[in-house]
Design a protein around this ligand. Structure first.
Ligand SMILES: Nc1ncnc2c1ncn2[C@@H]1O[C@H](COP(=O)(O)OP(=O)(O)OP(=O)(O)O)[C@@H](O)[C@H]1O
Ligand SMILES: [Mg+2]
Length: 218
């Protein structure tokens, strides 16, 4: 089991403004799975991914990664967990506009003292961007920018890829290509979790986890 979630809750805000965004009794993701988290806007997809990736902490409950509890650890340990174990891909790419594609891919190595240029070039080739290493994000299409973001997510060779609406800003052809890319990474052994409100994107994954009002409904 790569991820196990027990009685996980997330409440945003306090008092009368409190929103119970997530309430998941039990959820397990196996190593090598490709899972979609789907459901209508506001059902808690982003919240669940952010908790699994330790970008945010839960209000209650526990998250285990390979049997080790990650919820409740200190910020230094969480930072290390995020950097070493998880690659993140976001809807809006979150690239640095002033940096080349290559330098964007290298960003995760900055806190480690740099290096890894050869690997970054290999990854850009893997995602189909050979020859475009020196382009800035503004000189790339949306689909190409998302490929840079996928290459960046792979730089430190994480076991888990979390992609939150990775096709949300793309037309259907570019979106399908990004999904193909994520599937090829899954075939190479990465565990992939994709949050999407798009039914077709969800159904192209090996497993579909449906949320409604913060709960897993199927
Ligand atoms: N920082 C926050 N403060 C307060 N409420 C929040 C916050 N983030 C999310 N929420 C609320 O929590 C619930 C779940 O939000 P979340 O972003 O996880 O949904 P989602 O399924 O990702 O939606 P979408 O498909 O629109 O991205 C929603 O009711 C949302 O309004
Ligand atoms: Mg969301």
């Amino acid at each position: 089991m790569l991820i196990a979630v027990k009685n996980l809750t997330k409440v945003y805000g306090k008092g009368p403004l409190a929103v119970r965004a997530l309430d998941v009794e039990s959820l397990e993701i196996k190593e090598g799975e490709m899972a979609a988290v789907t459901g209508p806007s506001g059902c808690g997809k982003t919240t669940l991914l952010n908790l699994i990736g330790a970008l945010d902490g839960p209000t209650g409950g526990e998250i285990f990664f390979k049997g080790e509890r990650i919820s409740g650890r200190g910020e230094t340990a969480l930072c290390r967990f995020r950097r070493e174990k998880v690659g993140f891909v976001f809807q809006a790419y979150h690239l640095i506009p002033s940096l080349s594609a290559l330098k964007n891919v290298l960003v995760p190595a900055v806190p480690l003292g740099g290096g890894r240029v050869r690997r970054a070039r290999e990854l850009l080739r893997l995602v189909g961007l050979a020859g475009k290493e020196s382009r800035r994000p503004g000189e790339l299409s949306g689909g190409e920018q998302q490929r840079v973001a996928v290459a960046r997510a792979l730089l430190l060779d994480p076991e888990l890829i979390l992609a939150d609406e990775p096709t949300g800003n793309l037309d259907s052809a570019a979106g399908a290509e990004i999904m193909e890319l994520l599937k090829s990474l899954n075939r190479r052994g990465k565990t992939v979790i994709v949050a999407t409100h798009d039914r077709r994107v969800a159904e192209s994954c090996g497993r579909v986890i449906r949320l409604a009002d913060g709960r897993v409904v199927s």
